[in-house]
Structure formats: structure tokens, C-alpha cells
Write a protein that binds this ligand. Structure first.
Ligand code: HEC
Length: 109
């Protein structure tokens, strides 16, 4: 009987591991604009106007709304993966970049 119980536990554990393996890559690559907004406010707002309610930024960097109009999400991803010299390299992960690009996308209306 004990053998049956632990076997069931194995199956459950196996199922959890299986779903974690399937779900994890999906989560890692699902861009999340809300997370992007948090990252932008924390890391980008010193130089860029990152949201409509921000009134002051520190340099001649373009606002995120202007960037949203000008750049495709593909160009943005490319830029953030390999930023220009004038802008510091923020060492963003691919997930963070996807989130920021999704957030900037919401500003283009
Ligand atoms: C220290 C100041 C600074 C910070 C912090 C900063 N930027 Fe920039 N960023 C700039 C400047 C200056 C430019 C303009 C570069 C140029 O004209 O070559 C720029 C340009 C850009 C551009 C390209 C705009 C275009 O029209 O080509 C994007 C996209 C961008 N920044 C996104 C971000 C994101 C996302 C963050 C936060 C993760 C961030 N920046 C943080 C200063 C900054």
C-alpha cells in the first residue's frame, strides 16, 4: 500500500515538474507592460519622460511617447539590446526589454 501512495506522489511531482517546465518559458517571454512601466519609472525616468504624468526629466533624451511614435517594437528591442553610446547600457535582461517595449507600445496612441 505504501508503494502505491509514494507512486501517486511521484506522479504528482512529475506532473508539477512537467507543468513548471512548460509554463516557465511562457512566463519568461510573455511581455508585461505593467512590469515595463515599473522598470521604466525606476531606471529610465532620470533622463526620459517615461509616462504622461511625469513632467521633468534630466537630459535631452526623447520622451517615451515620442519614442513610441517613432520606433517599431522590433527597433526598440534592438536598441535596448545594444544601446547607443550616448545612453548608458542598463544591462537589461531580455525579459525586462520585452516588458519595457510592451509598455512603450501602450504610449503610442
Ligand atoms: C543617463 C540618462 C539615460 C537613462 C538612465 C536612460 N536613457 Fe535612454 N537615452 C538617453 C539619451 C541621451 C538618448 C538619446 C541618444 C541619442 O540621441 O543618440 C536616449 C535614447 C533612448 C532611446 C532611443 C530613442 C531614439 O529615438 O533613437 C530609447 C529607446 C531609450 N533611450 C530607452 C531607454 C530606456 C528603456 C531606459 C531605461 C531602461 C533608458 N533609455 C534610460 C539617456 C538615458
Amino acid at each position: 500500500m505504501a508503494g502505491t501512495v509514494s507512486c501517486t506522489q511521484c506522479l504528482i511531482r512529475g506532473a508539477i515538474a512537467f507543468f513548471a517546465l512548460i509554463a516557465f518559458p511562457l512566463c519568461a517571454f510573455a511581455a508585461d507592460a505593467a512590469k515595463g512601466e515599473i522598470i521604466a519609472k525606476r531606471w529610465c525616468a532620470a533622463c526620459h519622460l517615461v509616462s504622461p504624468d511625469q513632467t521633468q526629466a534630466n537630459s535631452d533624451a526623447p520622451s517615451f511617447a515620442a519614442i513610441a511614435k517613432k520606433k517599431s517594437s522590433k527597433a526598440l528591442t534592438g536598441f535596448l539590446t545594444d544601446p547607443h553610446p550616448k545612453m548608458p547600457d542598463m544591462s537589461l535582461t531580455r525579459g525586462e526589454i520585452a516588458d519595457i517595449v510592451a509598455y512603450i507600445g501602450t504610449l503610442d496612441q
